[in-house]
Design a protein around this ligand. Structure first.
Ligand code: ATP
Length: 886
């Protein structure tokens, strides 16, 4: 496994900052922190004999136990480990249920401050308890006073530009500050909030990530109600007039309400303003959502009405229905819909533009799931030093949205030099089918004439683009919207999106440490779907897909205990498609049988072994039996130890056993028909659940079923399990020179025709689809797989399209699944006869992360397996046997 950590070197002296190094750790699953700590200390230059015995690592203020396995909390992707002393930042973390002061807008937005002590001063000075990097804020601007009963008052400290409390001027006399009231100082807006809501449940996966369930629909903003004003998007010229210049620092105007508004109209105004602020969350709310993670994390799935709408700042916007004419909603979000305008330019002094761009990326990353939005960051402007570009964007390396998910040849979707930029832009143009949306962020020039030409083409594609520049003239031509930072200190912006410009918007900008904190909180989070979209992997391990990388009897028993007590299942996980797990459900209503074809060496036998192992994990042996028949050799012998396997027949080597098996199979079908009295396996089981008793009408032991007592003794017996008959080299049984095979082939034909209703399923492989065409199985099997085929006609016979003929012979196990509904999906079979990957036994390595290199192709080392030791199948069989015996 690989995870990224940050190691903090101890401070050289009190008051000095700790220096941090980001590292990539590669280590076998289950490696304990103790095995890494010396290497982690070495990464920040702490070496020598003392480091071997005296390395203590802290997560926040807590010392981490050396036995904590890597990949388990707190050792997750993005974790910060402080060496030798608690993390000095830890105390500043916003905590649980206390009153919080949140900076919800302005040039230094996003801060969340727990209120401690009796007095809290806000100002530009570093002496302030809550420092604000806003040029229009005085050094010590205002003070909050906390009373013992928890109430809060506020007063101005004689600031130059004054303070507004909910639109009215605040003097030096203390006034109560209720939760939710807006304080505006300089271009910043702050508010008091009760504690943040409950965190969303997450599940550690042991590999450095936390799985997050889908967003709760209840928390999504409701569609615009009759009372709500239209969303404050930039592209609506009708409201441009009403976006007034901000009033602070200039002659102060009262709260923006119409003079003759009634009490009810004012309440409507307040509700509308609150609804808009809720709908487009401020930076502080976003940070808390990432840290929680809160219920709104990744709520904007592609169909969400506000998907790809970004908030750029706040302004006073006209009220909606129910407010008095001329009413303005104070300090509500001003947004741009990137779905509508496609591309957005942000211009102004570099530091401010970067602050705004960070706020834009942060909100996209918090509100959109990585499966619905990919982010590509290109910063290759040769006028800036390479180190500067890397430093400006290093915070984004923690965002999960930058992971290459479509086969892009890089570690992260960065283009931080001309070559990387050309590569990223080329990839954007090459994507044939867009999966979710893509946002390209371009910081300045893209570095080369080729890249500029490619960017011009990207701008005409479906990719959404945000470009940053110092001046509007430096932006690429034809952007859908441009936000230009204005004002003496560039803390306001003017938005142009086709209609009249929207002026005087107080921008949302966030600092780099803030953005890094938010991105780092997102780093370990993963959507709960086990496989993400992307290219089809080249190699897969079944035990990993089954989440049984360390398989134990207890884990298997727990899985079996969780099964519903209805008819036994027969669902086999085979591998993955591009988007999802690839499974075949033989017990479903669509089709009970599966036919698999492919050329020599295409991976048919391995696919059967994977299917057998997967079926065995999916169901208890008393409810699912497996009968294995090798038409031409012992390819399935490795599965014989699974407790579900009742017989292994080598038809070529043992014709007599083949004959007996054929008879037993036919007997079994007849037995079930008599037992079920015309009902199907499923409805008979449903009946059994009611009557609870079964009287066996006859007693010969059917192939693949537990032995039953002699026919003469009518007795209560276990109900028959589902039976899956698995045949390798089906065509060998059909061959004229195979006298032993022929009776078996006849029995299998009967299974294909009659077995489905009786809970008897057939899975068979063929190397020669033309020989198995038109057999009973060919006609009955609606689940069909074509692995690599030698001829298009073979593929066509199997899956009714010839795509499998184009599969490369370097990818055994790659093929196409045709489902009963006719859908054809490319997939890769997972392996079960491999051995534990060699990396599982390697010594852990710790290497420093170099941001400038993250956009380059990763070094590829072939996955090698241990040459000795048990196969995964042997490990699984042993665990299943013990689980079955318990
Ligand atoms: N899913 C897979 N992933 C990786 N390697 C695989 C996979 N499936 C098969 N292989 C490798 O490909 C080779 C051929 O596999 P296999 O014997 O399953 O093919 P086959 O189609 O049954 O061949 P034949 O028709 O000759 O019996 C083996 O070396 C196997 O290890």
């Amino acid at each position: 496994m690989q995870i990224r950590l940050t190691v903090l070197r101890p401070r050289a002296g009190a008051g000095l900052p700790a220096s941090a190094t980001d590292v990539l750790v590669t280590a076998p699953v289950g490696t304990a922190l103790g095995a890494l700590s010396v290497a982690l200390a070495g990464a920040v230059g702490v070496r020598g004999p003392r480091s071997a015995t005296h390395v203590h690592l802290y997560a926040g203020s807590e010392r981490i136990d050396d036995r904590t396995p890597l990949g388990h909390p707190p050792l997750l992707d993005g974790a910060v480990l402080a060496l030798g002393e608690p993390d000095p930042q830890a105390l500043a973390a916003p905590g649980e249920a206390v009153t919080e002061l949140r900076v919800v807008g302005g040039p230094d937005a996003g801060g969340v401050h727990r209120l401690h002590g009796r007095q809290v001063r806000l100002g530009r000075s570093s002496e302030a308890d809550v420092p604000l990097d806003d040029p229009d804020v005085s050094r010590l601007h205002l003070a909050l006073q906390l009373a013992a009963d928890g109430s809060v008052t506020v007063h101005d400290l004689g600031s130059t530009n004054g303070t507004l409390l909910d639109g009215s001027v605040l003097g030096e006399e203390p006034r109560p500050l209720p939760v939710g009231a807006l304080l505006r100082l300089g271009e910043s807006t702050v508010t008091l909030a009760a504690s943040s809501g409950p965190a969303r449940a997450t599940t550690p996966d042991g590999l450095g990530h936390l799985q997050v369930g889908p967003a709760a629909t209840a928390v999504r903003p409701a569609a615009a109600s009759a009372e709500q004003p239209a969303p404050p998007a930039a592209a609506a010229p009708s409201r441009t007039r009403s976006l007034l210049s901000r009033t602070l620092g200039r002659p102060t105007t009262p709260a923006p309400a119409a003079p003759d508004a009634s009490q009810e109209q004012l309440r409507v105004r307040d509700r509308q303003a609150a609804a808009l602020r809720e709908r487009f969350p401020d930076p502080a709310a976003l940070l808390l959502t990432a840290l929680g993670p809160g219920p709104r994390l990744w709520e904007r799935v592609p169909a969400h009405p506000d998907a790809l709408t970004v908030r750029l700042g706040t302004g006073d916007l006209p009220g909606g229905p129910g407010t008095a004419p001329g009413t303005l909603l104070p300090a509500v979000p001003v947004t741009v819909d990137l779905t509508a305008c496609h591309s957005l330019g942000l211009t102004g002094p570099r530091e401010r533009v970067l602050g705004l761009a960070r706020a834009v990326l942060a909100q996209l990353a918090v509100l959109h799931p990585p499966s619905g939005l990919s982010v590509v960051v290109v910063g290759a402007d040769g006028r800036l030093p390479a180190e500067q570009r890397a430093e400006d964007w290093s915070w984004a390396l923690w965002l999960p949205h930058l992971r290459p998910m479509r086969g892009q040849d890089c570690r992260l979707l960065f283009g931080l030099d001309a070559t990387q930029a050309e590569q990223r832009l080329g990839e954007l143009l090459d994507t044939e089918e867009p999966l979710g949306a893509t946002l390209l962020l371009v910081d300045g020039d893209v570095g080369s004439p080729e890249a500029r030409a490619a960017l011009a083409r990207v701008l005409r594609s479906d990719v959404r683009v945000v470009c940053l520049a110092e001046t509007t003239a430096q932006l690429p031509a034809g952007l859908g919207a441009v936000a230009e930072l204005t004002g003496e200190v560039a803390t306001q912006l003017t938005l142009r999106a086709g209609g009249e410009p929207v002026e005087g918007v107080a921008l949302d900008a966030v600092s780099r440490p803030w953005a890094e904190r938010l991105a780092r909180a997102l780093a370990p989070l993963r959507e709960s779907a086990p496989v993400s979209r992307g290219p089809i992997p080249e190699a897969l391990r079944l035990l990993d897909l089954l989440e049984l990388d360390t398989v134990t009897p207890a884990k298997v028993s727990a899985r079996w205990e969780g099964l519903p007590s209805t008819t036994g299942t027969a669902t086999a996980l085979l591998g993955t498609t591009r988007d999802d797990l690839c499974t075949v459900d033989l017990a479903g209503p669509e089709s009970p049988h599966l036919l698999v074809g492919g050329a020599r060496g295409s991976g048919k036998s391995e696919l059967l072994r994977t299917l057998i192992a997967s079926l065995a994990v999916s169901e208890r042996p008393d409810r699912l039996s497996l009968l294995l028949i090798g038409g031409q050799g012992p390819s399935l012998a490795a599965c014989a130890e699974l407790p579900h396997v009742t017989a292994l027949v080598d038809a070529a080597a043992d014709p007599r056993q083949a004959m007996l098996t054929a008879e037993a199979l036919l007997d079994e079908l007849t037995h079930r028909e008599e037992l079920f009295h015309g009902r199907s396996f499923a409805s008979w089981y449903a009946g059994q659940a009611l009557s609870a008793k079964v009287v066996s009408p006859r007693g010969s032991a059917p192939a693949g079923a537990p032995a039953a007592p002699p026919a003469a003794i009518a007795t209560v017996t276990a109900p028959p399990p589902r039976l899956v008959v698995v045949v390798d080299d089906y065509e060998a049984l059909l061959a004229p020179h195979s006298p032993a095979g022929r009776p078996l082939a006849r029995a299998l034909a009967a299974v294909a025709q009659r077995g489905g209703r009786l809970g008897v399923h057939l899975v068979a492989t063929t190397g020669h689809p033309e020989q198995t065409a038109d057999t009973e199985l060919d006609e009955a099997a609606q689940w069909r797989i074509a692995l690599r085929s030698d001829h298009p006609a073979d593929s066509d016979l199997l899956i009714h399209v010839d795509d499998a003929a184009a599969v490369a012979d370097t990818t055994p196990g790659r093929g196409y699944l045709r489902r009963p509904d006719g859908a054809v999906l490319a997939f890769q079979t997972a392996r079960i006869t491999g051995r534990i990957p060699r990396t599982a036994t390697l010594r852990p390595t710790v290497v420093a992360l170099d941001v400038t290199q993250l956009g380059t192709p990763p070094t590829r080392r072939p996955v090698r397996e241990l040459g000795n030791g048990p196969t995964d199948l042997a490990l699984l069989a042993s665990a299943l046997q013990r689980a079955a015996a318990d």
